[in-house]
Write a protein that binds this ligand. Structure first.
Ligand SMILES: *[C@@H]1O[C@H](CO)[C@@H](O)[C@H](O)[C@H]1NC(C)=O
Ligand SMILES: *[C@@H]1O[C@H](CO)[C@@H](O)[C@H](O)[C@H]1NC(C)=O
Ligand SMILES: *[C@@H]1O[C@H](CO)[C@@H](O)[C@H](O)[C@H]1NC(C)=O
Length: 285
């Protein structure tokens, strides 16, 4: 069974603060920013690492992870069995335990159509991540209907799990959500540095504007016109600049009632200014 995965998170610039003495637990800092606690999940821009286990509230750790951890292997298209997915999710669980005020999105692809109850659910259960996963009251959830980050954190259900295929027809694992019913994506394998925006993958019944959306901001090169598409770290400082990311976002806002993207997916997330761009899109810069 082949898994590709994406970990998405606001990588927080500030340390998490816990209000340990307040009787009713109430998050005061969410994903590194007090301003995000009252913001709906559907109205936050999250930075994501493409095929990476890289997430952290420390950009330096972010770069370390990106270079050495499991996802770089996933990025090479290696095959994994459920056991490895479990190890991966155990690291996710460790991260969440160490970062109690963090809402995390997991976006998995399921190219082989692996069974949700037989193959996806077990590693989520064994790692403990299933216990932290948010189950919406109904599916699909409109962009404007998501809880706030503070509510997700306070409820203890602060992992949002999306799968690109299978969860639309099989609803037997309630926390595994059908991605394209709630998120649309820009095209992948973009080779134009201007990142012209279009709605690529999406499904109904919600309107385009009622979806969240993901910009896949990685620039690929067609190697010697062979049709082999790769992304080049040499381009990352330009591609991952605030200017390039916010221009891409601006080009997409026409499809989203003027809203910024929910997920900015980068290659080589440790290079360039992804965090600055995302803070700016969140109005925090
Ligand atoms: C969030 O909203 C609640 C009430 O709606 C308010 O008491 C609280 O101060 C707000 N928190 C922040 C960080 O704005
Ligand atoms: C959140 O809402 C503000 C105000 O309407 C908007 O400027 C921003 O683009 C929105 N961000 C997302 C990710 O929806
Ligand atoms: C983003 O694009 C890359 C290629 O550049 C592709 O491998 C990946 O599947 C895309 N990711 C998403 C979520 O579309």
């Amino acid at each position: 069974m082949r898994f590709a995965s994406f970990i998405l998170s606001v990588a927080a610039a500030a340390a998490s603060v816990k209000a340990a003495t307040v009787p009713a637990k109430r998050a005061t800092v969410c994903n590194g920013h007090a301003e995000l606690c009252n913001r709906s999940y559907g109205n936050v821009t999250f930075l994501g690492a493409h095929d990476s286990f890289a997430f952290s509230d420390d950009p330096l750790a972010l770069s370390r992870d990106q270079e050495v951890d499991i996802p770089s292997q996933l990025g090479l298209g290696l095959l994994f069995d459920g056991g490895t997915v479990e190890d991966y999710l155990k690291k996710v669980h460790d991260f969440l335990t160490a970062n109690p005020n963090e809402v995390l999105t997991l976006l998995f692809t399921n190219p082989d159509g692996a069974s949700l109850p037989d193959l996806w659910d077990p590693p989520f259960q064994a790692s403990g991540v299933a216990d932290l996963a948010y189950v919406p009251p109904q599916i699909p959830v409109k962009q404007s209907d998501w809880p706030t980050l503070g509510e997700l954190i306070d409820s203890g259900k602060r992992v949002i799990v999306f799968l690109d295929a299978g969860a639309d027809t099989d609803r037997s694992v309630p926390y595994i959500l059908p991605e394209f019913q709630m998120i649309w994506e820009t095209p992948f394998s973009v080779t134009d540095a201007n990142f012209p925006c279009s709605v690529d993958r999406i499904s109904g019944p919600l309107s385009t504007e009622d979806h969240m959306y993901l910009i896949n901001h990685s620039l690929n090169k067609n190697l010697l016109d062979t049709g082999i598409i790769v992304s080049d770290p040499k381009d990352a400082s330009t591609t991952n600049s605030v200017d390039s990311i916010t221009k891409n976002a601006a080009g997409c806002e026409q499809f989203a009632a003027g809203r910024a993207p929910n997920f900015v997916l980068l290659d080589f997330v440790n290079l360039g200014q992804g965090l600055d761009a995302v803070n700016q899109l969140n109005g925090l810069a």
